[in-house]
Every structure is written in C-alpha cells, then in structure tokens.
Design a protein around this ligand. Structure first.
Ligand SMILES: Cc1ncc(C[n+]2csc(CCOP(=O)(O)OP(=O)(O)O)c2C)c(N)n1
Length: 590
C-alpha cells in the first residue's frame, strides 16, 4: 500500500505556502480530496460550493492583498465556473491560482463520469497552464512538484499578473492510505519536502531612462498640463500617492483623479474631482484645454474624458498604463510602460523646482470649487426626505471609519462616487472591478477582500448586480463582519436610461423591458436564507443608521437602500448644474 497521492498533494500545498500563498478557497468534490486535505493543513481555508463565487472570492482576496489565493475544485464542469473571475484577473492584473483536480489520462475521451477536457480550459484568459500529471514516484517527478508550485505562483504575477491554471490528476484511492512500508520513494520524497520550494525572484522593473527623459522633455515643453488618474490597484496606493504628489508639485500640473485611482481621497494636492461634469461645457473644454495630458492607470471611467480624447479637439497625451498597453481610443503620443510610481518619481526628480502657480491651474481650481458648490445647492434643493440615488455615496463615505475600505460595483455606483463625492483629505482605499467591468461576482469579491483586511469593508452595488451574485451571499455568510453590503435598489439596470438608447423616446418601452428590466424583488428573504443582517432603508437618516450598525457588526449585513424613482433625471440635472456653475465661474471676476 502506498500513500503517494497524499504525499504528492501535501508537497504541492506546502510549496504553494512557501511561495507566498496564504489562502485557499475550496469547493467540495471527490476528485480533489488529496488536495483539499493538503491545502487545509497549511493555508487559511474558506469552503464555498458555487465555484463561480469561490473564484470571485479568491479574486477579491488577491485584489485587496496583491497576493494570489488558490481556488480548488473537482473535475468536470466545476472549474468551468471560474472563467469570469479568470477574465477579470487577466484584465485587471490580479494574481489568482486556479487548481483543478482531474481524472487520469486513461479515462479521457472514454465517456468516464465527470470527465472532460480540462487542459488549457481558460485559453488566453490564463497567464499560464501547468499540467501536474498523475502522482509519480520517479525522483525527477517528485522534484518537479515544488518547482512547478513555485513557478505557478510566480506566473500569477510575472511577467504579467493574472490567473494561472494548474491541472492535477488523481487515480483512486483518493483518501489517505495506511502506508504499508511499500514506499521506496519515501526517503527521496522526505529530502525534497524538507528542502522546500525554490525561491523564484522576478526582476524588479525599473523605468527606462529614455521614458523618463521623454516625460521630462515633454512636460517642460507643455506648461499647462493635467495628470488624469483612472483605475489603479489599491495595494499600490502608498507608493502611488507619494509619487503623484511629488510629480504634481514638480510639474505644476493639475491632478484629475477618479475615485478608483486611490488618489482622490487623502492626497493634499492640486486636485480636481469634478472633471467629468465640467467637460460637459464647451467653454470649459476650451478654457481647460491642456498642452499635455498624462494618463496613469487603466483608461478613465469618465465618459466625458474619453469623448474628449477621441474627438477632434483631443489634447496631446502620454499614457503611463503600468505593465500593459492601454490606449483604447488611440492617438497617444507615447506609452511609457513599467512601474508608474517609479516613472513619476524619476521624472519629478529631474523637473527640479516647482513652477510658479499658473493661471491654468487656477482656472481648474475655480471651476472645481464652483461645480461642487453648485452640486451641493442643487442636491439640497432636491431633498424630499426620501432617499435619492445621488445621496447614497456621500452618506456612505461619511459613515466610513478612518482607514475604511470601500468596494465599488460597476454600472452607476462607480460613477456615483465620482459625481457625488468631492476629493477629500481622509484616505480611502477603493477596490473596484474595472478590468472587464462586469457586474458579476461583486459580493463574493468583497467577502474575499474582507478576509485579508483588518478593518471594516463596505461594498456599494446595484440591485441587478446584487441579484446576479446571489451565490455570492453564501460567500458573505462565510466571513466575519463588519461587511456592509449596500444595494442601491432602483429596480433594474438604470444605467441604460442614461445611454443614448434611454434618452430616445421612440425606444422608451424597449429600454424599460429589454435593458432596465425592473424586477420588483426584495432582498430580505435572500439575507435570511444566508443568515446575514438585513435592513431596508428609504431615507437618508435610516441609511446612515443602518451603515453605523453594519460597520460595527460582527457579521455581514445587507442594506437594501430603496431610492426614489427618477434618479437618472436627477443625475442629468446635477451634472448640468455643475457644468453651468463651472462655466459661469470662468466669467466671474477673479
Ligand atoms: C456580467 C455582466 N453582465 C452584464 C453586464 C451589462 N450591464 C452593465 S450595467 C448593467 C445593469 C446593472 O444594474 P444595477 O446593478 O442595478 O445598477 P444600475 O444600472 O441601476 O446602477 C448590466 C446588465 C455587465 N457589465 N456584466
């Protein structure tokens, strides 16, 4: 009797732990038995049946920590549910390790139960694929196990971050066996296991001198400039904040920071948060036209910015996208790849003395101040006592404790944050799912993030996104609070009302039935099924109260924020008021 499969799985699991993996998310199944038992002995484990939610949960852990978690599932359709998380991991550059158990080669293509082709299941959505084969006592095979584990972990981050797939085959018996002394491979195995996994150290990317030179030269020739910060990873925040503050000071540029950039909150610098509103006014576009725009991170969420840079009056642009190219509208003068913070630091060092405060920066500042004042006034004028969609994000940000973390869902919530919450001095880490901009897996992702964070976490998402991730509520139920799941319930996908489609009266009915698709559902039953705290609120005060409760609770709580109808019209009016006030401020004597 030999217990090779147990030893093999333990060696692999221990090697993952040596290589920096801290968490495993396991979806129960038989074929994965040796790996489940092995992972549970060395890693912090969460068990989730829904493999789709499990992968998003692990993705959320990687998004918040920058370290890959391993997801384990049995053979058959189970690993197929990982695809959306793998796609997001690739597009957002988040490390994720997908470990599928499989049946041995001899039963492939033979109609064996729960058996299908799992090799390279994720195609280009996996950064790498490793076939671990069937446990094999050959010394070379044993020695390869720790190396493959270390290499798979490395591949989640280098050369480009994303999901990595490892397929591991097992023959029965799958359970541990009493070893009856028939294990000639054991001494060699023990030596290999004792040595641990090899350390694989990737090169550290440094900015290319010619990239720094180009940046410095271009900035010197372009005194009126902006830095536009789109989505950036939360774990990079400290280095980014320092570098951007230094660069903005040295260049005299204005920082246009979206909430997902990690720069909008907690950075005392020349900052503008209302640019998506301001760029709606043609006279502001003219007055604020820069000599140069430096884009950092993923492409901005702002529709107005994207429209401006793809139009005939597009500003000259240089893109610092990080490790992968990013210029979907085209036309950038240069793309400087590599570490954004280091590039900006190096350029700032060469730009030397800060230029005197420019008229250009002052124009932005004036328009910014006028826009937020106008928004506040217009919002106050709309207050009715009921809860309005545009009130949710400000109430939420006000309730977050210092050092709080906010995860923001796609569709309107990510835009609400930019439209409703001005930049401020309190630091706030913002987790986001902007890689492939799906509305899927957001609750599961937030639950995963909660397990690797110290403080409370709040996730803000729409009602359709919340229903889409109903399976994610099981993930929420698997973690401790405080985790506030705030669902903006406007009964359907209201973002579609704000698209040209939604503004065409001839398509009004189609928009409602085919796109908004109101459902009239409530969340109390779902919350009860999963044992989550629950509150339904429909006033600003009640929302504030529920948030305070959720942020102090030891279990996750779902807050169903019922907002008044007409949120899309209100949004249009608020943005128009901001743009109008910004434009009027240009003419006012200064
Ligand atoms: C996985 C996935 N399916 C579909 C979409 C397309 N989509 C974008 S927004 C949206 C509606 C979202 O509605 P909700 O979450 O209620 O937010 P709201 O639009 O009301 O802000 C849909 C279906 C998507 N982005 N991702």
């Amino acid at each position: 009797m030999s217990d090779l499969h147990t030893a093999w799985a333990r060696l692999f699991a221990r090697s993952l732990a040596h290589s920096g993996v801290g968490h495993a998310v396991i979806s129960p199944g038989s074929r994965s038995t040796p790996l489940a038992l092995a992972l549970a002995r060395v890693l912090a484990v969460t068990v989730l049946h829904d493999e789709r939610a499990a992968a998003f949960f692990a993705l959320g852990q990687g998004r918040a920590s920058g370290r890959p978690s391993v997801v384990l599932a049995t053979s058959g359709t189970a690993p197929g549910h990982w695809l959306p998380a793998a796609m997001e991991a690739r597009e957002a550059g988040i490390p994720l390790l997908l470990l599928s158990a499989d049946r041995p080669w001899e039963v492939q293509d033979a109609q064996a139960s729960q058996t299908t082709d799992q090799t390279r299941l994720f195609g280009s959505n996996a950064r790498a694929f490793f076939d671990l084969g069937v446990p094999d006592p050959h010394p070379a095979a044993l020695a390869a196990v720790p190396r493959i584990a270390a290499q798979a972990v490395l591949a989640t981050r280098y050369p480009l971050a994303g999901a990595v797939h490892v397929n591991a085959r097992f023959r029965k018996p799958l359970e541990p066996q009493p070893s009856g002394g028939d294990e000639p491979w054991r001494p060699r195995y023990d030596a290999i296991a004792k040595a641990g996994a090899p350390r694989l150290i990737p090169p550290r990317p440094a900015p290319a001198p010619e990239a720094v030179a180009l940046l410095v030269e271009t900035v010197r020739a372009a005194p009126r400039g902006v830095v536009v910060a789109g989505p950036l990873p939360a774990p990079d925040a400290p280095a980014l904040r320092k570098a951007v503050a230094r660069f903005v000071k040295a260049s005299g540029y204005v920082l246009l920071a979206e909430a997902t950039s990690q720069l909008r909150f907690g950075l005392e610098t020349r900052m503008v948060g209302a640019f998506d509103a301001l760029l709606r006014a043609p006279e502001l576009r003219a007055a604020l036209h820069p000599d140069l725009a430096i884009e950092i991170g993923a492409p901005a969420v702002s529709g107005q910015w994207l429209a401006w840079i793809s139009g005939v009056d597009a500003p000259a642009r240089i893109v610092l996208p990080g490790e992968r190219p990013a210029d979907p509208v085209g036309g950038a003068r240069a793309m400087l790849l590599g570490p954004i913070a280091a590039l900006l630091e190096a350029a700032a060092a060469e730009l030397e003395a800060p230029p005197p405060a420019s008229r250009y920066a002052e124009t932005w500042r004036t328009a910014e101040a006028a826009a937020w004042t106008a928004r506040q006034r217009a919002a106050a004028g709309r207050a009715t006592g009921a809860l309005h969609e545009h009130e949710v994000a400000p109430i939420l940000c006000a309730a977050l404790p210092a050092g709080g973390v906010l995860m923001v869902g796609n569709s309107n919530p990510v835009r609400d944050l930019d439209h409703d919450v001005p930049p401020g001095p309190t630091p706030l880490a913002v987790l986001h799912q902007r890689g492939a901009a799906g509305i899927d897996g957001l609750i599961a992702g937030a639950a995963g993030a909660r397990t690797v964070l110290e403080g409370p976490l709040t996730v803000l998402l729409g009602d359709v996104a919340a229903l889409h991730d109903a399976g994610g509520l099981a993930a929420a139920a698997a973690v401790k609070g405080p985790l506030a799941i705030v669902v903006i319930h406007n009964d359907g996908g209201r973002i579609f009302e704000r698209l040209p489609l939604g503004r065409d009266p001839a398509l009004a009915e189609d928009c409602e039935t085919l796109f908004v698709a109101g459902h009239g559902r409530a969340f109390d039953g779902l919350a009860a099924t999963f044992g989550l705290g629950y509150a339904r609120v429909d006033t600003p005060d009640a929302l504030g109260g529920a948030l305070n409760e959720a942020l102090a609770a030891d279990r996750p709580m779902l807050i169903e924020a019922r907002v008044a109808a007409g949120g899309s019209a209100a949004r249009a009016a608020l943005l128009a008021a901001m743009a109008k006030a910004g434009a009027a401020a240009l003419d006012a004597p200064r």
